[in-house]
Design a binder for this molecule. Sequence first.
Ligand code: NAD
Length: 475
Amino acid sequence: MQAFDAYLDGRFEPGEARFESLDPATGLAWATMPEARAGDVDRAVVAAERALLEGPWATMTASQRGRLLYRLADLVAAHAGELAELETRDTGKIIRETSAQIAYVAEYYRYYAGLADKIEGSVLPIDKPDMEVWLRREPIGVVAAIVPWNSQLFLAAVKIGPALAAGCTLVVKASEDGPAPLLAFARLVHEAGFPAGVVNVITGFGHTCGAALASHPKVAHVAFTGGPSTARHIVRHSAENLASTSLELGGKSPFIVFADADLDSAANAQVAGIFAATGQSCVAGSRLVVERSVKDRFLALLKERAEAVRIGGPLDMATEVGPLCTARQRQHIEALVARSVAAGARLVAGGATPAGAGYYYPPTILDCDGTDAPALAEEFFGPVLSVVSFETEAEALRIANDTLYGLAAGLFTQNLTRAHRMMRGLRTGIVWVNTYRAVSPIAPFGGTKLSGHGREGGLAAALDYTRTKSIWLRT
Ligand code: NAD
């Protein structure tokens, strides 16, 4: 069995307590992980604070920080195969996806490497002839980065990259489900030459390790990605220290298809939008909102594609849908499908758990028209698409916004003026028009309502890891 270490104050530590990680394709233990408890969390935060205030990091120039980040980006790219394979092994996310995603993880580090020396202060034109006021941008402090199991390397990169560019130090808590890729990534941080304590990577359980980290009095900011109910705990914990938070949470993103859309291209985008990562994606286009006149035609296209998807072992390059990350996740999906069918939803495709080992669940389409099935409101975080239809543009917008979430929306139409009206009315942090799930380090990412607050990606994210200091100087 493989064994992974925590990375704490520049050293790799097996830790006193350990737990087993299960391979989602078989349900069997394949590796052991260090379980950080409150004492380990405290050592990590203290190390991060020392690195912030006293270590060589504190006096490094922004360009030097940028050079370290470039080195990290190169190392991530050089070790892409190994990192992708570990992520696949430990989370079940298929190798095709982890291999593609790791390439842009490196791009995010490269983008923030380039930004490090572009985070500028300013001089304020105040109305006093004998006085100057400068605004310095300083690192916000020690950052706690807490991530969920899906896309851990990516979700950590969108926190680590801007935080380091801004001069912060971090304690990164990998999810207890599938922490291997982040623990392995810590070796690259070390190899890149970051001073001890600047980046610490630990893992452990939410109610112990996560809670101790989010409530630690030396933490200035908690950057969290996960579910809304955990986010409420995070906010309560961070109240201890009045730390700021950025919250990237769940979604129930509408995928709106008008009758004038290119239906073939929309069907391809919808299938990728919901079944990629076996649906375990915060931006999954999980609610199809389709114009009634093309509903049957569009569902036929989706059914054909959903049933042709190649389900298989996640390490097989030919596989298109792999297992879910945990047995718990599959049980949640089974129960929500059953409750929705009981509420009148009709299965168009999938819906039956296959026999055999591993946490597999097939691509599933649930027609919820005319019902108030819970599938329309609750996040599956799995490969299940809920369908509802509309007749007018106003109705499409009302249905799309009729959710507690507000992360992303997809919109398929060839009518440009309608696209403009709709994109203005959609209450989400991202709108994709005639495309879905496009990302770039340059474009901010994040939601509204129960999907959280704060943005990741782009220049603004790096500025969010700074605080201004006003300096008054009598001349
Ligand atoms: P989760 O909220 O259960 O766990 C996320 C992290 O929080 C884990 O590391 C966990 O150990 C930790 N945690 C749990 N309880 C804690 C506590 N009391 N205090 C501190 N930390 C605690 O999320 P999950 O189930 O692993 O992930 C799925 C959720 O994440 C979904 O809702 C999904 O939509 C969301 N997500 C959002 C985005 C985004 O960018 N908006 C991206 C990916 C996933």
